[in-house]
Design a protein around this ligand. Structure first.
Ligand code: HEC
Length: 209
């Protein structure tokens, strides 16, 4: 007698399924083995071979994104001398970043205008440096950068709080502060000179030239 097609098919797939289940179980058993392979669980676990589980970091190892190969950018030095130029062009946007960073991190001691008389100084902290002395006006930008990156005297460093590009933005803003207190009349843009002429406040002496 001829068996109808669909009956034979059903019979063969019923025979196949126990095989598939067995195969799946085998695979799952494999997973379990990998989960339970011998390994050290914590970084400081004792290791017979290396002393402890986490290996020492090689002294020359550099984490991704932390290569400090740009002397000017990272140390504020150029060929072993304090840098006299910025590592990147200064834009208005950078100056504005510098202003907010300066006001947050430096003004408490150096004052908003940079005379070294911020609120902390008023409260008794040693007088911070004024940026409006001849010495600081003619100091190379590298000296300001290094004060932020490495600290100076009683002033601690800001390396952990202010990233490299923002340190330079602060330096640029300090330069702007210095100009704001000590610009020669002749250096001013023509329209500002005209404004001053109108209000009658311009004299070379008054502008500190
Ligand atoms: C807690 C107070 C304090 C803060 C905040 C502070 N400074 Fe100072 N800073 C000082 C004092 C005090 C000195 C003088 C250090 C000395 O001569 O012992 C100084 C000195 C300096 C100098 C002179 C370095 C030199 O070579 O003579 C610079 C530049 C400077 N600070 C920049 C900054 C900048 C930029 C910031 C913000 C990122 C800042 N400071 C934040 C207290 C502070």
């Amino acid at each position: 007698m001829l068996t109808p097609m669909h009956t034979t098919q059903r019979a063969s797939s019923r025979r196949l399924s126990p095989l598939l289940i067995a195969l799946a179980l085998l695979l799952m058993a494999g997973c379990r083995n990998m989960q339970q392979q011998p390994k050290l669980a914590a970084p400081y676990d004792e290791s017979v071979l290396f002393g402890r589980a986490a290996r020492e970091i090689l002294p020359e190892a550099v984490p991704v994104g932390f290569l400090r190969d740009d002397e000017l950018l990272h140390t504020g030095m150029q060929n072993g001398e304090l840098a006299t130029e910025f590592p990147f062009p200064i834009t208005r946007e950078i100056l504005e970043t510098g202003r907010s960073q300066y006001n947050a991190f430096c003004a408490p001691c150096h004052g908003y205008a940079g005379y070294g008389n911020g609120v902390i100084v008023v409260e008794g902290f040693p007088m911070a440096r004024s940026f409006h002395t001849e010495e600081m006006r003619s100091a190379p930008v590298g000296r300001f950068y290094r004060a932020i990156a490495y600290g100076v005297g009683v002033m601690y460093d800001y390396a952990a709080r202010v990233p490299v590009d923002k340190r330079w933005a602060i330096v640029a803003y300090i330069r702007a502060l210095q100009h704001s207190q000590n610009a020669a009349y002749a250096e001013l843009p023509a329209e500002i000179q005209a404004q001053l002429a109108q209000t009658g406040t311009q004299t070379t002496e008054a502008m500190g030239s």
